[in-house]
Write a protein that binds this ligand. Structure first.
Ligand code: FEO
Length: 409
């Protein structure tokens, strides 16, 4: 298994997971990678490791560069087990003289593994360590993605090793951004942000500001998942700035679950109303669209309209699941409406509205409900719901949406 030299004497030695299809609730249809990096200087450091089943992939790649036991230091930027579950085997094989991690990382490490005889040294923002000609600057990045997370920056190479930040779950034979389709790359990066980091957007705004204030020169970003940003790292930094401000486009989603197609007919009427006001609209049936793909589309949408028939005095299970997931990821600034058909009690659209209000999203009006099967007249309030929301969005003069999710807003 070949390593890939990403800078002179700095190698990608990670693993590609072609099989993973679920990452704690996020659909990873295209697999993922667990990136690890080996920097050879007077001293040698290995940055992060891989998920346990891929331990031998990591070791084979390292062997193609040097003897693993000649590695001096381990840098553990993040303790989540997709990066650390091979750590006990790696420590045993390498016997590093130091294991650098954040203070929270050291606590987390002790809680995960038996580290009594490990040479752990906790570091924080501002701490540096020399490899010889190169220096490692540590930067704590709490909650990107766990409290222990940190970046490692090598100023002599203008290289930012960014742990979970700027990653994508995408298994590829290519390692660099300029070797793959940019639209797909940005879509995977957007999906990753929407499903993993959206709730930490205020912290990411602060992090981007502090990186700017520190004046870090960056010509390569090497994340722990997916492609390495070498051709234009500014593209993903700009995208993170946009996404963490939760900037939206003139785009609406009609998200629904249906029982006997009555709510589906209502969804289509809402869709027409939104379309008539000039918005880009997507009709997302939760029976066929995974919640994590819905979240990707939520990222740049201004309007979200939710529909569910009433089932057992509640909403359809897939709608309940989506709302639970959405609530945890904390989207802001959306204009919302709800609708649904019912037979005798009709609680679902009201319950959805209550959930959205609890998320502090803007509800435009009372839920639109239709008893049993909607006829032509009954669909008019649905169309009007879409039109009203569409007019509110149009008044904001937002930029048009684009298929790549990020078009330089
Ligand atoms: Fe890729 Fe938070 O682990």
């Amino acid at each position: 298994m070949k390593p890939v030299e990403i800078k002179k004497d700095i190698y990608w030695v990670g693993a590609v997971d072609w099989d993973i299809r679920d990452f704690h609730g996020y659909s990873t249809y295209k697999g993922s990678t667990y990136n690890a990096y080996l920097a050879k200087d007077e001293k040698v450091a290995l940055f992060d490791t891989v998920k346990k089943p891929f331990y031998m992939d990591l070791m084979h790649r390292i062997h193609n560069v040097m003897k693993p036991e000649d590695i001096d230091y381990l840098v553990v930027n993040h303790m989540e087990m997709d990066h650390s579950s091979s750590l006990p085997q790696v420590v045993e094989a390498i016997k590093p003289s130091k294991i650098y991690t954040s203070k929270m990382g050291a606590k987390s490490m002790a809680a995960h593994y038996k580290i009594d005889n490990w040479p752990v040294e906790a570091v924080g923002s501002g701490d540096t360590m020399s490899l010889g000609e190169r220096t490692i600057n540590f930067l704590e990045t709490r909650m990107v993605h766990w409290p222990d997370s940190m970046f490692s920056y090598i100023p002599e190479e203008k290289l930012l090793i960014s742990s979970d930040g700027f990653g994508q779950h995408w298994a590829t034979s290519e390692r660099f951004d300029d070797e793959v389709d940019n639209e797909e790359l940005m879509r995977q990066a957007a999906k990753y942000y929407a499903n993993i980091l959206l709730l930490y957007s205020p912290l990411i705004q602060k992090l981007l500001q502090s990186v700017t204030e520190m004046g870090l020169e960056i010509d390569m970003i090497a994340p722990d998942h997916g492609l390495i940003w070498r051709s234009n790292p500014g593209q993903i930094i700009k995208a993170y700035d946009t996404w963490s401000q939760q900037k939206a486009t003139a785009k609406a989603l009609v998200i629904y679950s249906t029982m006997w197609h009555s709510t589906e007919m209502m969804a289509k009427a809402v869709y027409d109303g939104l379309l008539d006001e000039g918005l880009s609209v997507q009709l997302l049936n939760l029976d066929v669209v995974h919640r994590s793909d819905v979240l990707t589309e939520v990222l740049d949408s201004k309007a979200l309209v939710f529909g569910s028939p009433t089932l057992n005095n509640g909403m359809m299970p897939k709608m309940a699941e989506l709302l639970h997931y959405l609530k945890g990821l904390k989207p802001t600034g959306k204009i919302c409406g709800t609708f649904g058909s019912y037979g005798w009690s009709g609680e679902a659209p009201k319950l959805i509205a209550a959930e959205l209000e609890a998320m502090k999203l803007t509800m435009v009006e009372d839920p639109v409900r239709v008893n049993w099967v909607p006829g032509h007249e009954a669909l008019k309030p649905c169309h009007e719901l879409g039109s009203k929301i569409g007019r509110m969005v149009a008044e904001e003069n937002l930029p048009a949406s684009c298929r790549a999710i990020f078009c330089g807003l």
